[in-house]
Design a protein. Structure first.
Lengths: 319, 369, 282
């Protein structure tokens, strides 16, 4: 390679292919190493801890050198406990059920919401978007806390529900335990969850729906399809990526939600997030908490994979 | 186009055996070699995907050749990143920096060079004056029209007085009317500055209007290099003949081979070509005949060569000329283009009528590839 | 247009407005109720005792709350900075380097905190930090910062990556062509053009850090009680008017910033569109 005249040492260094290869590696490794240490390593550690027993202040080590021989003891008690104990099983099931219900209601309320937002006047849409985002920016803890006020005895919503006798329907559905008592029930939990996660459903849906070419619907109408048919055969399938991304964005965190069940749910609202919290903070049983966590991770691995796939798809379409 | 001055560096830009393999099975650029003279405007012409843009990017430094060498003024550019090459490029999307003013856009390259303030100001002013945007210095790109943005891009790429300027489809983003005006203006400015220029385009009109010489590319290879006249009137291959303008291609055999004329039998007609060719008797050849070289008559012309009878299938009136599509007896088609020299010509053939197409013996090009 | 189509359109419009209206009521009702009751003179939330500012006045003397605010703001500031820096590098990596060893793993790790339940992130991060206590020191502000950076980084990467992908690659090529070295290209061209995304990412991470309960609970140490933790421990006990007042203040400040900011952005966009239109006509 001929050295170009009038260039500094810096320039020649830059031009050298080896420098560029190393510079590239350096850039990639900064976030990569950070993530390996703080994202991946912790998972291996809780996996390890889930196989151990709890000592006084910390967990007991798994491996010892006994008479010069390396001895590894994997204690499966916690996993056995999870699998055999009815309570754990029911809690996992209930968490999944609750997450599924939340996702369903978020979709039910959120899809038309996003749809009409996307169909609104173009000048109005940024304002609408901001109004949907605004609650997201304010503390979700405070807003959940606000629901306590609405649902407690004498609270606004409480009074409305009693007045309209809707509480009997909720009683029949098993969402509340006694008429007129809405606090600390599954009903309150569900409202809180849907309330918190609704924007997470609306935003991906809106992003997908607003990008849709309306002329496709015009073409369908031209070919004789009624608006109802057009909606189900064109709009919904085209927004599939948004539906799936939004659903995963709601479902997965819901499974392990802690704050909302704690503030709004009752003692019978079995949520795995609370179990995990209690195992660590109340029982101080790290290995138990770890094994609970590991099982949750296994349960949500598939949804996470699905989410990654549709997240990638959504950002490719953007191109 | 005006010929170049006599004394110039004929091999100012040397592209030698350049190959680019992206690994997709076929080569994007397949062993291309061409020399470009100093001060020349050289066009790489070809359909989309022919490799012309890849070749341009390799000259600019954005792609690295798989094999081959590129030399500029004797200097091998191998291994030099774009920011160290004395080459500047004008991008198809103009790529004006949206957050900088017009002035700062043009000054950008000069600032990177470390040019001192007074000289830099003078140069930027000079460039803006060249493209007639002196009073637009403070504006941002989004405050300019498409044509104005293009001029800023031009000024920016000329500001550093590069040895070589590259243009990537410079007129693609403009609408037709603007394109015609800009073609001439752009070529004039480039000639005025005297910079060597390589441009890439898929628009033949653009290439023929603006370039001193052009290369016709397809599928990674160059098929012919020459002046626009050379490429149009004496195409080297069927592909070139077909790609540039319209052409009628007729297959035949050499039946008479003399030193200063040949005759070719195409079955439905017989050509007499007024010059000798290198070839043998009986050799299969293709005769290329441009539509504008053919005239239509209602009566059979004299002699046995250089005419054929046909039925007018349809005609398209373009105002200054008319294009006739003739069906020939054995199923072939002939395209004829006649200038409308007279108003309301009375003997012009109409659709469905029989006419004779005739041409002189200087009109054909004999091709063997 | 046929009568039937017209009828359908009107129905759709009305239904749409009703649904949007009901949805917004649902979203904003708790907030409004909160603000309303913060002015309630009576400490009992369900009895209206007249309008009063006493809870607001009390806020000023609430030592725990105020120190929580101060701590949370600090952590949020540092966490947002860290998140944006790491997120920008991660986004840059994902957009510029299409193929590198471990790219799928990298993408998975970057995206995971977006959906992973916080209790899982909290527990695993905590147990790792405890196992390696010698390296990372005691639990406290630093450990909370680590957790928040991890969370914020994912969101920052998404925002910045989106903007980077939309960027015309020819802009950076043009800069290089004109003589800018790669570092100069990044500082002079890329950064200014993604600036808005950087600000968005910063604000997003800031908010997430400020709001976070679970990670802070797992990762905090003595003397590192953040604002959400203060509120959470009080909220568990029931409705309290002092929280209402604090909540209203927070919501008020945030709303003003968000609405104000959105309006400024909206106005700038409109002005820019007008300039482009004017240039085209000229």
């Amino acid at each position: 390679m001929i050295r170009p005249t009038g260039t500094s040492f810096f320039d020649r260094m830059h031009a050298h292919p080896l420098f560029r290869a190393h510079a590239r590696k350096a850039v990639i490794s900064v976030p990569f190493i950070w993530l390996l240490i703080f994202m991946l390593l912790p998972f291996f550690i809780i996996l390890k801890i889930s196989f151990s027993q709890m000592g006084i202040a910390s967990y007991l080590p798994l491996s010892h050198f006994k008479d010069g021989v390396f001895d590894l003891s994997l204690d499966l008690t916690h996993y056995r406990f999870i699998v055999q104990d009815q309570l754990y099983f029911r809690t996992y099931l209930n968490s999944l059920k609750c997450a599924a219900l939340t996702t369903f209601w978020c979709l039910f309320i959120g899809y038309p919401f996003a749809y009409f937002m996307a169909r609104a006047k173009a000048t109005l849409q940024p304002a609408l978007l901001m109004l949907v985002m605004l609650p997201f920016w304010t503390s979700y803890l405070l807003r959940i806390y606000a629901w306590k006020g609405l649902l407690m005895t004498g609270g606004l919503l409480s009074r409305v529900l009693i007045f309209t006798h809707l509480d009997w329907i909720l009683l029949r559905l098993g969402l509340i335990a006694a008429p007129g008592m809405f606090m600390n029930t599954d009903f309150a939990l569900l409202i809180g969850m849907v309330y918190t996660y609704l924007p997470f459903m609306i935003l991906p849906l809106y992003a997908t729906l607003s990008k849709m070419d309306l002329r496709l619907l015009e073409a369908a109408a031209d070919l004789g399809a009624t608006p109802w048919v057009g909606f189900w055969k064109i709009t919904v399938p085209l927004s599939k990526a948004g539906i799936i991304a939004g659903s995963m964005l709601v479902f997965i965190p819901c499974v392990g939600e802690y704050v909302i069940p704690e503030l709004l749910g009752g003692p019978q609202s079995l949520m795995i997030g609370r179990v995990l919290w209690d195992e660590y903070f109340s029982n101080n049983d790290w290995p138990m908490a770890s094994s609970v966590a590991v099982v949750v991770i296994l349960l949500i691995l598939l949804p996470i994979a699905i989410f990654n796939k549709y997240q990638a798809e959504a950002s490719e379409v953007r191109r | 186009m005006t010929p170049l001055p006599a004394d110039n560096n004929k091999a100012f830009v040397q592209i030698r055996g350049v190959v680019k393999d992206f690994g997709g099975g076929s080569l994007a650029v397949n062993n291309v070699s061409v020399d470009i003279a100093q001060g020349e405007i050289f066009a790489l012409l070809g359909p989309s995907g022919c490799g012309k843009t890849t070749l341009l990017r390799m000259v600019a430094g954005f792609e690295i050749p798989t094999a081959g060498r590129i030399l500029l003024d004797g200097q091998d550019l191998h291994g030099l990143p774009p920011y160290l090459r004395p080459i500047n490029m004008m991008f198809q999307s103009y790529a004006l920096f949206p957050h900088l003013t017009v002035w700062d856009n043009v000054a950008f390259g000069l600032r990177r060079e470390g040019m001192e303030k007074a000289a830099m100001v003078e140069r930027v002013e000079q460039m803006l004056k060249l493209v007639q945007l002196q009073r637009y210095g403070k504006r941002k790109p989004h405050q300019l029209s498409g044509g104005q943005q293009q001029r800023v891009a031009l000024a920016r790429s000329l500001a550093k007085r590069p040895k070589l300027m590259l243009l990537d489809e410079p007129l693609a983003a403009l609408d037709k009317k603007l394109r015609e005006e800009t073609q001439i203006e752009l070529a004039n400015i480039i000639r005025q500055v005297g910079v060597t220029c390589v441009m890439v385009t898929h628009d033949q009109e653009e290439a023929m209007t603006m370039a001193n010489r052009l290369a016709v590319m397809s599928e990674g290879k160059i098929f012919q290099v020459g002046t626009p006249t050379e490429v149009y009137e004496t195409p080297a291959t069927r592909f070139v003949a077909d790609f540039i303008g319209n052409v009628n291609l007729m297959e035949g055999r050499v039946v008479v081979d003399e030193r200063d004329f040949v005759e070719i039998d195409c079955g439905f007609c017989r050509h007499r070509v007024g010059h000798g060719i290198t070839g043998t008797l009986g050799m299969p050849v293709t005769v290329a005949l441009r539509p504008e070289k053919i005239r239509l008559r209602r009566t059979k012309p004299a002699g046995e060569v250089n005419h054929v009878q046909g039925t007018v299938r349809d005609l398209s009136y373009f105002g200054s000329f008319t294009v006739f599509n003739l069906d020939l007896p054995e199923g072939q088609r002939l395209k004829v283009s006649e200038s409308n020299i007279e108003r309301n010509r009375s003997d012009a053939p109409a659709a469905g009528e029989v006419a004779w197409a005739t041409w002189p013996d200087t009109a054909q090009v004999v091709l063997t590839t | 247009m046929t009568l039937r189509a017209l009828l359908y359109r009107t129905m759709e419009r009305t239904f749409g407005k009703a649904w949007l209206g009901a949805g917004f009521v649902f979203l904003y009702l708790p907030i409004l109720v909160l603000v309303f009751y913060s002015f309630n003179a009576s400490p009992l939330p369900v009895v209206w005792g007249g309008a009063s500012l006493r809870w607001y006045r009390q806020l000023v003397h609430d030592r725990d709350l105020l120190s929580g605010v101060w701590l949370s703001l600090q952590i949020a500031l540092y966490a947002a900075t860290g998140a944006v820096v790491l997120g920008a590098i991660a986004a840059f990596t994902l957009v510029k380097y299409k193929r590198f060893w471990g790219r799928t793993l990298f993408t998975g790790m970057v995206n995971a905190p977006l959906v992973m339940p916080e209790v899982i992130i909290g527990l695993s991060l905590l147990l790792m930090l405890v196992s390696l206590e010698r390296v990372f020191g005691e639990k406290g502000m630093f450990t909370i910062w680590l957790g928040h950076v991890l969370l914020g980084m994912s969101y920052a990467t998404v925002v910045i990556q989106a903007r980077l992908q939309d960027l015309n690659p020819e802009l950076e090529q043009a800069a290089a062509d004109l003589g800018a070295r790669p570092i100069q290209v990044f500082l002079l061209i890329t950064l200014p053009l993604i600036f808005n995304a950087l600000v968005s990412a910063f604000l997003l991470s800031f908010t997430l850090s400020l709001d976070d309960v679970v990670l802070a609970a797992f990762l905090n140490g003595p003397g590192a009680t953040t604002l959400p933790l203060v509120i959470f421990s009080r909220a568990r006990l029931g409705m309290r008017p002092d929280i209402n007042a604090a909540a209203s203040v927070i919501i008020g400040v945030v709303s003003v910033i968000v609405v104000g900011g959105s309006y400024l952005v909206f106005r700038a966009d409109r002005r820019r569109a007008a300039e482009i239109a004017a240039a085209q006509r000229a």
